[in-house]
Design a protein around this ligand. Structure first.
Ligand SMILES: [Ca+2]
Length: 225
């Protein structure tokens, strides 16, 4: 019942778009605290740390259990890609990035969002020395935003932007969750969230309402069974 209530209390309509923020979005404040992951108590630029040991301001890193959320110095060669990113300075802000290692690795931040439309942007990269594409999922308050993302071997850093609508004010966690196996790791940096409109866009609201209808139908079917 709690899960059902959660799904009903917030309706999200996510669409993936190109990184082309509008003028309004660019002038709005970034609602993410420490979106570059530079504010931490670890500060050893040659290494890495896991979970709460990183002292990562504003974020919760999962602990090291079969992998985990890891804060990585950008010049830590053991982690592959971040050690050779001098050509991606515009996407990698500062000396630290977060790694979503294996399917247990995640990083999340609790946000208090009012009703409206939002634009989320970030950059990702593949752990190149593991030799395969690595994937992860983005969600807010348990609702997935967009499709699963894949960091592509050899592609370097890529920027992403997606839009979603919050139908009514809600406090929830924005989460980046790893989906790969073994030590596969997706790197994340430069997370930004701006409110683009205090009122949900009409077309997005329509999608959100459609989502509510679908959730309601599923709930009724389950009760009938
Ligand atoms: Ca950074």
């Amino acid at each position: 019942m709690n899960a059902c209530h959660s799904a009903l209390s917030i309706a999200l309509a996510a669409t993936i778009g190109l990184a082309s923020a509008g003028a309004h979005a660019q002038s709005s404040p970034n609602l993410i605290q420490n979106g570059s992951f530079e504010d931490n108590t670890y500060k050893a630029s040659s290494g890495y740390c896991y979970g709460s040991a990183c002292g990562l301001t504003g974020w919760t890193l999962s602990e090291i259990v079969n992998g985990g959320g890891v804060l990585i110095g950008a010049y830590s060669g053991a982690w592959g890609n971040p050690s050779s990113l001098s050509d991606a300075a515009s996407m990698v802000n500062g000396d630290f990035v977060v790694g979503l290692q294996a399917s247990s690795g995640s990083v999340s931040q609790t946000l208090d969002l009012s009703a409206g439309s939002y634009e989320l942007s970030w950059a990702d990269a593949n752990r190149s020395n593991y030799g395969f594409d690595q994937s992860y999922r983005v969600s807010f308050n348990g609702a997935q935003l967009g499709s699963d993302f894949s960091t592509v071997l050899g592609a370097g850093w890529q920027s992403h932007t997606l839009s979603f609508t919050v139908a009514q004010g809600v406090t929830g966690a924005l989460r980046f969750q790893g989906l790969t196996t073994t030590d596969g790791t997706s790197f994340i940096d430069n997370v930004s969230l701006v409110q683009t409109s205090a009122v949900p866009e009409p077309e997005s609201l329509a999608l959100a309402l459609a989502g509510l209808v679908v959730v309601g139908q599923i709930a009724r079917r389950r009760r009938a069974i």
